[in-house]
Design a protein around this ligand. Structure first.
Ligand code: NDP
Length: 257
């Protein structure tokens, strides 16, 4: 089945409470999807759920769209059994996933020489193994009806960055993962793509010193940082463009030309 219209699709957003994940969750709620929010912190997920239900009510009243369902599934993407349980609960409550967006991530930065084993492992486990674990969990029902998996990587995965050896290695791994999985499941109508953001204004980048931000802006062809809306537009495009798979889409204002 080729996935095109979004209304009533079941969408799983891993890392839903993050800057990018929240904006992506809002997109799918606006489109009338049934959205499952994945993250580690139940309280933040429940707060987001009530914000999204308000948004859904508003959209419904204004556009006469079908009301979205918003479901909370607490899990840690580095813990395979908790992901498996979350996906089982999602299927039982709102249906089998049509779309998975892997937007959970951590950036534990530092020069390699000073990085601990723990921080290297956390970067790799969360940013690379996490998307594999969540994808594997949603695949069985998707194999029957088709679907779409969108991984959120980073421009540093293709270009590298000082202080981000483990993070950029994990994001580089997503390129191989995305292309390989797209080849494994394409015949079942499942598309797998990778969106590589540049610097986007979210809590993840809030700690970057202003001088460094100024330098990033100077090096960006479009002369600004990205917004979560820039990523949302790309996610919408990849969700609905039914002949795209195995691709890496840079959404970075021309930072890494
Ligand atoms: P945030 O730090 O704002 O959000 C990260 C999200 O990931 C949170 O919802 C967090 O929720 C969740 N998360 C972290 N670890 C786990 C885990 N083990 N299990 C489940 N959920 C987890 O990041 P952004 O929204 O900015 O980033 C989203 C994605 O985009 C990441 O993959 C990031 O690497 C990528 N990216 C971001 C860029 C930017 O400039 N912001 C640039 C390039 C790429 P909780 O802690 O509650 O579990």
């Amino acid at each position: 089945m080729a996935l095109s219209g979004l209304a009533q699709r079941v969408v799983v957003v891993a890392g839903a409470t993050g800057g990018i994940g929240r904006a992506i969750s809002e997109l799918y709620v606006r489109e009338g999807c049934k959205v499952a929010l994945l993250g580690r912190t139940e309280k933040t997920l429940v707060e987001l759920q009530s914000h999204l239900l308000e948004l859904a009510n508003k959209e419904h009243a204004e556009n006469d769209k079908q009301l979205s369902a918003v479901y909370v599934a607490t899990c840690d993407v580095t813990d395979s059994p908790s992901v498996k349980k979350a996906v089982t609960d999602i299927i039982a409550n709102i249906g089998a996933p049509d779309i998975l967006v892997n937007a959970a991530g951590v950036a534990e930065d530092g020069l390699l020489l000073r990085s601990s084993d723990k921080s290297i492992q956390n970067n790799i486990n969360t940013n690379l193994i996490g998307p594999m674990v969540t994808s594997r969990a949603v695949l069985p029902p998707m194999l029957r009806k088709g679907g779409c998996i969108i991984n959120i990587g980073s421009v540093v995965g293709t270009h590298g960055n000082v202080g981000q050896c483990a993070y950029s290695a994990a994001k580089a791994g997503l390129v191989g993962f995305t292309k390989s999985l797209s080849k494994e499941v394409g015949s079942r109508g499942i598309r797998v793509n990778l969106i590589n953001p540049g610097y986007i204004e979210t809590p993840m980048t809030a700690h970057i010193p202003q001088e460094k931000i100024d330098k990033i802006i100077q090096n960006t062809t479009l002369g600004r940082l990205g917004t979560t809306d820039d990523i949302v537009q790309a996610v919408r495009f990849v969700s609905t463009c039914t002949f795209i798979t195995g691709q890496v889409l840079h959404v970075d204002g021309g930072l890494v030309l």
